[in-house]
Design a protein around this ligand. Structure first.
Ligand SMILES: NC(=O)c1ccc[n+]([C@@H]2O[C@H](COP(=O)([O-])OP(=O)(O)OC[C@H]3O[C@@H](n4cnc5c(N)ncnc54)[C@H](O)[C@@H]3O)[C@@H](O)[C@H]2O)c1
Length: 245
């Protein structure tokens, strides 16, 4: 029987690429998100509208998934939002909104999913390279992505060996989230050049490159990886400067 994977925020970007790759690998895939789109229905990817920051909606969504598809093998907590501001100028409400989606969302999904998971299940939390290093003006986002590593370790400890939990930490990836961020930049082209140059690869990543890691972590090939944060970031932040000769 094929394995069942639930992906939050799988309507676009990294989540959609992961949904497509897992479908190609014969998983059944269900997306929990805000907007259904044609791409999902065309590819036979299930969809439930669900705001991951709402306990009621998350509980109801998992109830419906189990009733329709049965128990779950993989949960990919991918839904996330980016917001700009320093610790001084960020509104309290904006801080709460980022924490609600990026931190409470994965907690709620784990809470209502784990009791419905098969043995040898896996939860993948999509964190960020900003779990370790940060840019200016992303106080809430960087905090949320650091916090998710704590949740990853707690789930790994509390539910081993039935459930593994691993964080995937992407560098800059070409998704709608990045494109929205670029629209807010004074000079988008200069920003893209800087982003490309900041990765040792000389380019930013593609959603499919993150999806490959997510699919690998979902597979039985890596049953010995648990509680870790794994970077897929083109070497972003590795170079601390200095001359090559
Ligand atoms: N793009 C990057 O450079 C990058 C880098 C590191 C980490 N990430 C992380 O990767 C994940 C996916 O982001 P992406 O880059 O693919 O962007 P994206 O904007 O394409 O995807 C985010 C998805 O989350 C969904 N979403 C937002 N709020 C939600 C909510 N309350 N409930 C349910 N779904 C919600 C959106 O509808 C969207 O489909 C995010 O957690 C993001 O923080 C992205």
């Amino acid at each position: 029987m094929s394995k069942l994977a639930v992906i939050t925020g799988g309507e676009s970007g990294i989540g959609l690429a992961s949904a497509q790759l897992l479908m190609a690998q014969q998983y059944q895939v269900v997306v929990l998100g805000l907007h259904e789109n044609e791409e999902l229905s065309r590819k036979n990817i299930g969809f439930y509208r669900c705001d991951v920051s709402s306990a009621t909606e998350v509980q109801q969504a998992f109830h419906k998934i189990v009733a329709e598809y049965g128990n779950i093998d993989c949960l990919i907590n991918n839904a996330g939002i980016l917001s700009y501001g320093t610790a001084v100028d960020l509104d309290e409400s904006e801080w709460d909104r980022v924490m609600a989606v990026n931190v409470k969302g994965p907690f709620l999904c784990a809470k209502y999913c784990i009791p419905q998971m098969n043995d040898n299940a896996v939860i993948i939390n999509v964190a960020s390279v900003q779990s370790f290093v940060a840019q200016p003006f992303v106080a809430a986002y960087a905090t949320s992505k650091a916090a998710i590593l704590g949740l990853t370790r707690s789930i790994a400890i509390d539910f081993a060996p039935k459930v593994r939990c691993v964080a995937v930490c992407p560098g800059t990836i070409d998704t709608p989230m990045l494109r929205d961020a670029m629209q807010q930049a004074a000079e988008p082209e200069a920003m893209m050049e800087e982003l490309n140059a900041s990765h040792l690869t000389g380019r930013i990543g593609q959603p499919e490159e993150v999806a490959e890691l997510i699919a690998f972590l979902c597979s039985n090939k890596c049953g010995f990886i648990n509680g870790q944060a794994i970077r897929v970031d083109g070497g972003l932040g590795v170079n601390i400067g200095g001359s090559k000769n």
